[in-house]
Design a protein around this ligand. Structure first.
Ligand SMILES: C[S@@+](CC[C@H](N)C(=O)[O-])C[C@H]1O[C@@H](n2cnc3c(N)ncnc32)[C@H](O)[C@@H]1O
Length: 264
C-alpha cells in the first residue's frame, strides 16, 4: 500500500477509535486561537465554506458554532460515518467521501479550511489547486501545518520514533502512548518553571486538553504513515504554487504554521 492510501487507512482507524470531540479539543475557544491573527469567528458568519480532511467532524462543528451558512465536509477515510454521525446540524452540512483533490469546483465558496491535513499528503499541490478552483474570487484558503523551525529538539525525538511507531498495531501503539503520557505531564510541570522546548505549545494548548485528548494527540503524532514538518518558505510556496496570492503566514505557538492565501 502506498503512503497516501496508508495514511487515509490509518486515520480511518484512528477516528473510529477516538470519535468524540469533547472539551477544549472541540471548543470555539481553541478554534478562535487557531484562526488568530488572520480571522475572527465573526468573519465566518453566514459564509459558505468547506473543510478538507474533516476527520471526526471537530472543525465542521466549530464552523457551525461560529455561524457559517453551509459547510462542505470532505473526508476520504473509513471515518466518514463517524464524521456524518458527529455533525451537530446536518442540514447545514454536505459530506463528501472524496480525496481533497476531488473537491468539486464550486467556484462560490468564501473560505476553505484544511487543519492538520496537507502535511500528511506526500503531493499536496493538487489539493491546493482544487481548493483554489472551489473558492470564489477573493475567497481565502486557511491551512494549519506542522512547523520545522524551533521544533528541532522535538523533531530529533519524533522522527526516529515514528519510523517504528507508524508500523505498530493499535494496541501496542496505545500502550506506548500511555508510557509517554505520564513523563510528558511531568515535563509540562517543569515547563511552568523553565523555558524548555515546546513550552509555549504545551502550556497554551496541550495543557488545556482532557487526559483522553492528550493521549489522542500523542497517538496522532505517532500513528500516520506520512508526516512532513514545513519550513516557513515551504509553507508559503505550498499555497503560492497552488495558485494563491497575498499569502500570509503566522508561527503558531512556536511549533506550527497557519497560512492563508487569497484566490485572485
Ligand atoms: C489530523 S486529521 C485532521 C482532522 C480535522 N481536520 C481536525 O482537525 O480535527 C487529518 C485528516 O485528513 C484526512 N486526509 C488524509 N489524506 C487526505 C487527502 N488526500 N484528502 C483529504 N483528506 C485527507 C485524514 O483521513 C484525516 O481525517
Amino acid at each position: 500500500m502506498n503512503a497516501v492510501d496508508r495514511t487515509v487507512k490509518d486515520f480511518g482507524e484512528q477516528w473510529l477509535r477516538y470519535s468524540d470531540n469533547e472539551g477544549y479539543y472541540g471548543s470555539l475557544e481553541l478554534f478562535s486561537d487557531m484562526l488568530s491573527p488572520f480571522l475572527k469567528l465573526e468573519d465566518l458568519k453566514n459564509c459558505k465554506v468547506a473543510e478538507i480532511g474533516s476527520g471526526a467532524s471537530r472543525i465542521v462543528n466549530m464552523l457551525i458554532s461560529a455561524g457559517v451558512k453551509h459547510v462542505i465536509a470532505v473526508e476520504p477515510s473509513d471515518s466518514f460515518e463517524v464524521l456524518c454521525q458527529n455533525i451537530k446540524e446536518p442540514d447545514k452540512v454536505t459530506c463528501l467521501k472524496l480525496m481533497g483533490d476531488q473537491l468539486p469546483a464550486y467556484g462560490d465558496l468564501d473560505y476553505i479550511f484544511s487543519i492538520g491535513v496537507l502535511h500528511h499528503i506526500p503531493d499536496p499541490k493538487p489539493v491546493v489547486e482544487a481548493a483554489c478552483r472551489a473558492l470564489r474570487p477573493e475567497g481565502n484558503f486557511f491551512v494549519w501545518l506542522y512547523g520545522k523551525e524551533e521544533n528541532e529538539f522535538y523533531l530529533a525525538l519524533i522522527k526516529p520514533l515514528r519510523i517504528l511507531t507508524r508500523k505498530l498495531p493499535h494496541l501496542v501503539l496505545a500502550s506506548l502512548v500511555l508510557l509517554i503520557y505520564h513523563p510528558l505531564n511531568l515535563y509540562i510541570r517543569l515547563c511552568h518553571r523553565f523555558p524548555l522546548p515546546l513550552r509555549e505549545y504545551l502550556l497554551s494548548i496541550f495543557e488545556k486538553m482532557s487526559p483522553e485528548k492528550r493521549k489522542l494527540i500523542i497517538y496522532d503524532q505517532l500513528n500516520p504513515a506520512y508526516a512532513k514538518y514545513y519550513s516557513r518558505q515551504e509553507a508559503i510556496k505550498l499555497l503560492e504554487d497552488g495558485g494563491f496570492v497575498n499569502v500570509r503566514i503566522h508561527h503558531r505557538h512556536g511549533y506550527s504554521w497557519t497560512v492563508i492565501g487569497t484566490k485572485s
